[in-house]
Design a protein around this ligand. Sequence first.
Ligand SMILES: *[C@@H]1O[C@H](CO)[C@@H](O)[C@H](O)[C@H]1NC(C)=O
Length: 398
Amino acid sequence: MGPAGLLAAAFLLLAPPLARPAAVHFREQFLDGGKWKERWVPSQHRADYGAFRLTAGAFYGDRHLDQGLQTSQDLRFYALSARFQPFSNQGRPFVVQYTVKHEQKIDCGGGYVKIFPTHLDQKNMSGESPYYVMFGPDICGSDTKTVHVILRHRGRFHPIKKPIRCIVDGLTHLYTLVLNPDRSYRVKIDNTVVASGLLEDDWDFLPPRTLNDPAVGKPADWDDRAEMDDPGDAKPEDWDVPEFLVDTSAKKPRHWDDATQGDWRPPLLPNPRYRGEWRPRKIPNPKYKGVWPHPQIRNPDYAPDATLAVYQDLGVLGLDLWQVRSGTIFDNFLITDSESYAEEFGDETWGQTKEAEHRMYREQIEAEAAANRKRKAGRPPKKRKKKPPATRARKEEL
Ligand SMILES: *[C@@H]1O[C@H](CO)[C@@H](O)[C@H](O)[C@H]1NC(C)=O
């Protein structure tokens, strides 16, 4: 090898590997008017599914860019899906991302997506259609404000064990799920990681890797009581008094009949001096050694599984939802094999319009509050030249 060859070899060693271009399996921003209807298929599984419409909603950052699919009828099921070129995520990261906005002060409703196998009959898609991945926020009352991550494995559906809270503030948020080939995962909201770890640890796909060694017991002298009774504390002499006292002021009723009602007894009254059972005060245990670390052994039932979250025939993205109060807007769908590309795409879509959206939202709230104050003051609101933004925002029904 000549000096030029050596130089080239050195360069190859030092140069960072060329980044592989991101594979984009599915991208949908609803930027071509009514043409989305050629790409999305409504299910006919039920006759009364709610209708989606294309709109940026009552407030937005950009009237055109922020158009997405909005649920438009209350108390309805929704079922709509779009197909993409089938692919397998084996050996590659699998990234699902979209934006969702609950501008209707949502009380109960799903905001999640499902990824289905290629063979899904889109016209018959329903809550019973088996999916591979279900991901995104779900809100119902004050108890359920969660982000679902449900993954199919060997025919069963496994929800993530870590609770993840979704954001409920009426604004658009970016949800991202990353499943990596090393069986790690990340969930991000607004490009910030809210949960991460290993699939094995955070779902119950597999039995645990290790077990407590049944052959080893806790040593007899291992003290794992963090607190103990204070030996210096003694029961006060006047502590023990009866819990109840006979009501000496009570008199036997005149019409009391011992023969039929039994012997009359005066009623009992709670003793105000009764303080319950005496317990010595607690002090830190000086012999406390902490929780005994039970030695572990390998679990013979455990075997790693290389097929966790590996899906051979991904082919359809669907919205299969129930909504009480409608108004949720879905937009900026992306399925790719590159987390960094997804991050960029999120920054260029949601990231570009979120501040203007928030501003318009605040202005509407302030305008409404001002109108309410005027109404409360008893004066009819002055005739405005301009309509307030809430009604000016045109609902673009198609
Ligand atoms: C539609 O799906 C259901 C299950 O959800 C199934 O029982 C039914 O046979 C399907 N109908 C058609 C026409 O494929």
